[in-house]
Design a protein around this ligand. Structure first.
Ligand code: ADP
Ligand code: MG
Ligand code: MG
Length: 877
């Protein structure tokens, strides 16, 4: 066995490249020390140590405490201070810090090292007893809550009660006597909740604090956040022990948070907040509404200028927008954290474009950094800019976008009602990280306290969730479940509209309008188009969808489902007449009526996609899908009979029931559908081919350029495709003079057999389109509609399967069939065009596989086209 890995590093030993071991925060402060930015001294316990402790059920690895103590001794030596000392006391913060930042989701304890002895020394040394006792009460509050599990409100209630008795508003109005009293009260409160006195030895407190920070990796809110962001559960957190610097030392001290660019819009401008005479937690936890950073220029001009210089330096150093925590301790500036700033999708695009224009990074770097899934945010509807309504109230525009919903006053209710599909808006005094599940489920979040740099705002922006913070006019009554503002009282049944872009909140539901594609979007996705090899098409069934898809960058349609048009209310009776026809002539008459309707649809689509390929799939679902449900129709007949109804009404109902019975199947997904149905009733496919051909000719006659691809679904045997192709070709030739309008005929590959015999199938195909939705169902033998509501989620949660195979392609099974299908297909038809038209076509992980297999294109829903363009570029970089 080799030597045990080190589990503790001094901050001065670390650097940005040690993030996996030291966590983002530890690596970030170490890097700042390395480049000469003022940061307090300290050391970091590694994520590895945390993982080892977690794996051992909380038991620390051998030697961990000894290693921590050795680093603490050296730390005391360097600073000439002692933890909890009665002279020159050392106070530290004990901070969580994971590899992937999870703002506010884990725990931190400040002011550790304060004790009955050291509080006196701190008071003397600083000349401010009030400050020393403020540190003490803050420590007991955080330590009691985080380490000993005392509920947070037990302390905050005492503060509120005391302020009430004293008739003061702010924490800063409390006197030294008040704070001394609070320290005593807090000890009593803690004893009441834990049944024991709090430990008084700071080294013991430190040991427990490290243990608590390790454990905070597993808090429910951290788990919720990780699931929402796809972060692995086994990474663990590092623990950073750092010397305290004090923003609460008086009026020459302050604390704050700033971003090097605006994280909502991406604009290069001052964005930040601060509080005089406070500690960082007051800002990030959203307890107090801080002041805009620009005002710091008046209050603390020296530190302000130094901060601006440091911000610029850090951004330049990292080549990306930074989110920075700072504290001014008696006019001396210290940086406490820097990390890549979380931003909205719009900001991400603007920052990418600007940093490239400024020459800070190249396009490839910019593209690599973008998160494809986040682009989805840009496509959410927003408020009509000309709505002309007067807001109920205004707060800070903490996270842009519009949200409409009924009011809810707590996170659990928001999560419950949101999960049930009801649009809700979460209104809170402040939002704590414990509210994360409610934030995820809500359309928007409104708080009456807290700023734009609070954790709540940071988290909301990262998720693209509209948020208005610090709307101070709101009077929230959580008990009564009402909120009042300027004489208006709203309750749980009332709807509000939140405009996170302006900070306005409106009573009622305002109209939303579709988003506009911005210049940043066009420019940056243009870079993606330059590097990607995979084509990106859209699945679209109508002219407007096709036009939208094209606007979002689709290079054609990969799947147009003709039968969707049959469901239209005006057409369904004709479709039913066609299905129910007793005589061929009757059926032909119904099809003749359907033909011009289908033709009109195709004309719209060819028009929208002029110059680009359009793949039209011939009829796919079983015919009974166009008829009433068997049970309902039986009940109808029953009711008519019971009511003694006779004559044509009953006869018709009975006839229809007979047809429904005749067509009903045990397992329709594997029944008379797709090419099987088309071979059984070639007249349906013939009508569709005629409609396609006539639409193409008509569109071309208008000077446009239709590119027709006709696709046969659910082929399992090469012979099916050979026969169907004959039907398509002979019909086409009746409509279009030979060679006059090029078109191609291909098939969907959605049965494992088709993939396995792809060489034979390809003899009759110009293209393959892998229908990965059905291919997944038929390969894994799982019915999607049945499984997603039952065992599949359990499977994913329990790790039986790595992912939902309907969301992200099953690489080893379905992926392998795609690989085989492409390889075999190309042996008989060199140049065979291949694509994917399942939902996987819009999933970044699946797209990576399709790129690697060498498909020609993916096709996804119009709104996922930008995601696919970016994801396809990232795999090609
Ligand atoms: P979080 O991840 O929740 O932001 P942090 O570890 O960053 O937790 O700490 C919470 C707050 O305490 C931040 O505002 C941070 O700047 C402040 N803080 C942390 N360590 C110190 C320190 N050594 N001196 C002063 N303030 C600190
Ligand atoms: Mg922080
Ligand atoms: Mg299918």
């Amino acid at each position: 066995g080799g030597a045990r890995p080190r589990m503790v590093y001094d901050l001065s030993e670390g650097g940005a490249d040690m993030k996996p071991l030291l966590g983002g925060k530890g690596a970030g402060v170490a890097e700042m020390i390395r480049i000469g930015v003022p940061v307090p001294d300290g050391f970091t316990v590694t994520t590895q140590a945390c993982v080892a402790a977690m794996e051992a059920g909380g038991v620390w690895p051998d030697g961990l405490w000894a290693e921590i103590e050795a680093h603490l001794d050296a730390f005391e030596e360097r600073t000439g201070r002692r933890l909890g000392g009665a002279e020159r006391p050392l106070l530290v913060s004990v901070r969580s810090g994971a590899v992937v930042s999870m703002p506010g989701m884990m725990d931190t304890i400040l002011n550790l090292g304060i004790s009955d002895e050291s509080v006196v020394a701190l008071a003397e040394e600083s000349g401010s007893p009030r400050f020393a006792w403020d540190c003490y009460r803050r420590f007991l509050q955080m330590y009691g809550e985080v380490v000993e599990g005392v509920p947070a409100h037990a302390f905050s209630d005492e503060i509120a009660a005391l302020k009430n008795r004293r008739g003061v508003e702010q924490d800063t109005d409390l006197t030294v006597e008040d704070l001394t009293e609070l320290v005593g009260t807090f000890r009593t409160v803690a004893r009441r909740h834990t049944g024991e006195d709090l430990p008084t030895d700071p080294r013991e407190q430190l040991r427990r604090a490290v243990r608590a920070v390790f454990a905070s990796w597993d808090t429910p809110r951290a788990g919720v956040y990780r699931r929402a962001h796809g972060i692995a559960d086994d990474l663990g957190t590092a623990v950073n022990v750092m010397q305290m610097v004090f923003g609460n030392r008086g009026d020459t001290s302050a604390t704050g948070v700033c971003f090097t660019r605006n994280p909502s819009t991406g604009a290069k401008e001052l964005y930040g907040e601060f509080l005089v005479n406070a500690q960082g937690e007051d800002v990030v936890a959203g307890i107090r509404t801080p002041r805009p950073l620009a005002e710091m220029e008046q209050v603390l001009p020296g530190a302000y200028r130094e901060l601006l210089d440091t911000m610029a330096r850090l951004e330049q150093h990292y080549g990306d927008m930074q989110d920075i925590e700072f504290t001014v301790d008696d006019e001396h500036l210290y940086l406490l954290q820097t990390r890549t700033g979380k931003r909205t999708a719009a900001a991400a695009l603007k920052v990418a474009r600007d940093l490239v224009a400024e020459g800070v990074i190249d396009r490839a770097t910019a593209l690599r950094r973008l998160e494809p899934g986040q682009l989805d945010q840009l496509l959410h509807p927003g408020l009509d800019p000309d709505h002309g309504r007067t807001p109920l109230t205004r707060g800070l525009n903490a996270s842009p976008g519009a949200g409409v919903g009924r009011l809810v006053f707590d996170a659990d209710t928001a999560a419950e009602r949101g999960a049930a599909g009801e649009p809700v808006v979460l209104v809170r005094w402040e939002t704590t990280p414990d509210d994360i599940h409610g934030v995820i489920a809500a359309q928007a979040v409104v708080t009456s306290h807290g700023g734009m740099t609070s954790h709540a705002a940071v988290v909301a922006r990262g998720m693209g969730k509209p948020c208005v913070a610090g709307a101070g006019d709101l009077r929230i009554d959580v008990e009564a479940r009402t909120v009042s503002v300027g004489g208006t009282v709203l309750g749980e049944d009332d709807v509000v509209t939140v405009d996170g872009s302006t900070g306005a909140v409106y009573a009622g539901a305002l109209d939303l309008v579709p988003p506009q594609v911005t210049d940043d979007f066009t420019e940056v996705l243009g870079w993606a188009d330059d590097v990607r090899r995979l084509g990106v098409r859209a699945n679209a069934d109508t002219g407007p969808d096709a036009a939208k898809a094209r606007e979002l960058g689709a290079e054609g349609i990969g799947l147009c489902r003709t039968e969707h048009m049959f469901m239209d209310a005006a057409r369904l009776p004709v479709v039913q007449a066609m299905i129910l026809a007793e005589e061929p002539a009757e059926r032909a008459a119904a099809l003749d009526r359907l033909l011009p309707m289908q033709q009109a649809d195709f004309e719209e689509i060819f028009t929208a996609m002029s110059g680009l390929p359009v793949t039209i799939r011939l009829i796919d679902p079983p015919l009974h899908e166009f008829l009433p449900d068997l049970v309902e129709q039986s009940l109808l007949v029953q009711r008519l009979e019971d009511a003694g109804t006779t004559g044509p009404e009953l006869d018709d109902a009975r006839t229809l029931l007979a047809h429904v019975k005749r067509l009903s199947e045990m397992n329709p997904m594997l029944g008379t559908r797709g090419v099987r149905l088309a071979l059984l009733h070639p007249e349906i496919a013939q009508m569709q081919v005629r409609a396609i051909a006539r639409a193409a000719l008509a569109v071309r006659a208008r000077g446009l350029d239709p590119h027709v691809e006709i696709m046969v679904p659910l082929v399992g045997f090469a012979e099916e495709l050979r026969r169907m192709r004959d039907v398509v070709v002979s019909t086409w030739e009746q409509e279009v003079p030979a060679g006059d309008l090029p078109y191609s005929v291909g098939t969907m590959i959605e049965l494992p057999r088709a993939a396995l015999v792809a060489d034979a199938v390809a003899e009759h195909a110009d293209f393959f389109s892998f229908g990965t939705n059905d291919l997944t169902q038929t390969t894994v033998g799982i019915s999607r509609d049945d499984a997603e509501g039952s065992f599949l989620h359990t499977y994913v949660d329990a790790g039986v399967v790595p992912d939902n195979p309907f969301a992200s392609i099953d690489v080893d099974g379905v992926g392998e069939l795609v690989r085989i299908g492409v390889a075999k297909g190309r042996t008989t038809t060199p140049g065979l065009k291949t694509g994917v038209c399942g939902e996987h076509g819009g999933d970044p992980a699946s797209i990576a596989l399709f790129h690697e297999i060498g498909l020609d294109y993916v096709s996804c829903s119009p709104y996922r086209v930008p995601i696919a363009r970016l994801a396809a570029a990232q795999v090609a970089l």
